[in-house]
Design a protein around this ligand. Structure first.
Ligand code: PEP
Length: 263
């Protein structure tokens, strides 16, 4: 179902009227985690400044340590929905448990499945049933074939509104958080009709790498980028070192705008 075979053209996925795919380079931006209403609204305003048409933000955070901030849960979803009303930005947010899909889908415009859950088949089937577009991140140790098979689990439930997201893979290299597999973008696009975007924040793990990796993503033909921004990264409860600052936003906006015209 997700294979390029039997599909003459590549798909465009619409998230509350915002297209991902086709001639667009869609920017999704926002805080890694929803912390407070003020922080989320400030990050959403930064997202608008960066040319974003969708707001990201985690209310359920899949953290390596059980002692790290786990997200605000439904309270975070309510904040996201208030910020959507305030800014008009549709919401992309992660769901980590099949039992929460209905609740998260009642607030979200797009459901995100994170790298750690790419092969959580019960979750994939549940998001497939939820009637919302899905952002499927590549497992950090998954092959492209495994990633496409994970997408197939969602598609099999009758939901073809799937966007693939390359977010870096585990390699021997320690200089970056994960290694952005830039070649995965054209490879996945050649094998599948689904749009493919890149997460330069979670792959590089460092603010200084986000714009160069975004440039690479757009140059290689990605359909968009999903980027962390935060009004005060030094006090962020999650992944502050990779969040873009205000002074970086114009460059991201220009980058997506300029390269979109080249694609
Ligand atoms: C995220 O986007 O908030 C996230 C946790 O990403 P990943 O699943 O790629 O680590």
């Amino acid at each position: 179902l997700v294979s390029r075979e039997n599909h003459d053209s590549r798909s465009v996925v619409s998230v509350r009227g915002v297209p991902i795919g086709g001639d667009n380079v869609t920017v999704i931006a926002g805080p890694c985690a929803v912390e407070t209403p003020e922080q989320t609204l400030a990050a959403a305003r930064m997202a608008l400044e960066a040319g974003a048409s969708l707001l990201r933000g985690g209310a359920y955070k899949p953290r390596t340590s059980p002692y790290a901030f786990q997200g605000l849960g439904e309270e975070g979803l309510k904040i996201l929905s208030e910020v959507r009303t305030e800014t008009g930005l549709p919401i992309v947010t992660e769901v980590v448990d099949a039992a929460d899909v209905e609740l998260v889908a009642s607030y979200a415009d797009m459901l995100q499945v994170g790298t750690r859950n790419m092969q959580n088949f019960a979750l994939l089937q549940a998001v497939g049933d939820a009637g919302k577009p899905v952002l499927l991140k590549r497992g950090m140790s998954a092959t492209i074939e495994e990633w496409l098979m994970a997408a197939e689990y969602i598609a099999q439930r009758g939901n073809l509104d799937i966007v693939l997201c390359e977010r870096g893979i585990r390699t021997f290299e320690k200089a970056t958080r994960n290694t952005l597999d830039i070649s995965a973008v054209p490879v996945a696009q050649s094998l599948s009709h689904l749009p493919v975007i890149v997460d330069p924040s979670h792959s590089g793990g460092k603010r200084d790498l986000v714009l160069p990796l975004s440039r690479a993503a757009v140059a290689v033909g990605a359909d968009g980028v999903i980027v962390d921004v935060h009004p005060s990264p030094e006090s962020a409860l999650c992944d502050g070192p990779q969040a873009l600052l205000r002074e970086d936003l114009a460059e991201l906006r220009d980058l997506a705008g300029t390269l979109a015209t080249l694609n």
